[in-house]
Design a protein around this ligand. Sequence first.
Ligand SMILES: [Cu+2]
Length: 321
Amino acid sequence: MKNLTLTFLFSACAVLSGCMAPVVNNTTANSTNSNVANANSAPAMQTLTVVDRPQKIVDLMASRGDQDNAKPVIKIIAPKADSTVNSSTVKVNLQLSGDLKGYKPMMDEATHTGNHIHVILDNQPYEAYYNLNEPFELRNVADGDHTLRVFPSRPWHESYKNDGAFQMVKFTVKNGGADNTKPATTNAGQQMSNSNANASASARPEGKDMQPTTAAASFDPKKPLLTYSRPKGEYKNADADAVMIDFWLTNGKLTGDGGEYRVRYTVDNGDAKYIDKWGPIWLSGWTAGKHTIRLELVDQNGQTVDNGGYNATSRDITITK
Ligand SMILES: [Cu+2]
């Protein structure tokens, strides 16, 4: 029994060291506890607070004319809804219309930023698509059913949230035959994707080699859906001062918008917090290192509203200072 208790405490310390490490060191400093603290890459102390939209984004918005009041409408031309793709390379073709007020996806070569579309396969992290006139590919897509979600985004990755700014299709890859050494062929011998064909990186279309996933079998596009968008990746120096949480919400409203749902967010092993009005929030107070952000769509009792697992998503980010 004593061993069990010790084991439990030891595990709890390891898990909670994000907030408990200094106390542990003060009260029971010994080599074992030091090792636990050192072995955990999570930072020692972190108090996150919700802060205003950063001034540099406010300034950026002012410099963009009326773009932030645009009502972009996005349409997935390819892959077609409920179509079957006989290739592990899925060509994505999007069409943007609506009241754009000058909004145009395009990367500024000098700053490597610009308006872009967030493209999400299944429930993987989004990929950015900048030039809609050029092809975009999802490569190495596994055989099976998939979902594709797209929505326009600003240079600082905040999504447009108007009606029509989000579209989703289901499609199926069949006999995709991903092969890294030679061209894949169909049963009829027709050549499809050839991953040796990328002669130079610059000639390669925008796109991304995807991790093997398939759509959740129980995912229902008509049910309430929380789409995780940000944060993602690495945040350095000034960009790490305030990190934005942003998401898309379909087929449901949050309590503060007259609906019945809440978005719960949890960072590392911290307390759960809630977003009750749909919009981005910025969190300040990050410590250097890896952090895990979890976003969940919950009802007013705090129960996750399930939709094939898509409504509870965790992502790791890295803060570098
Ligand atoms: Cu983005």
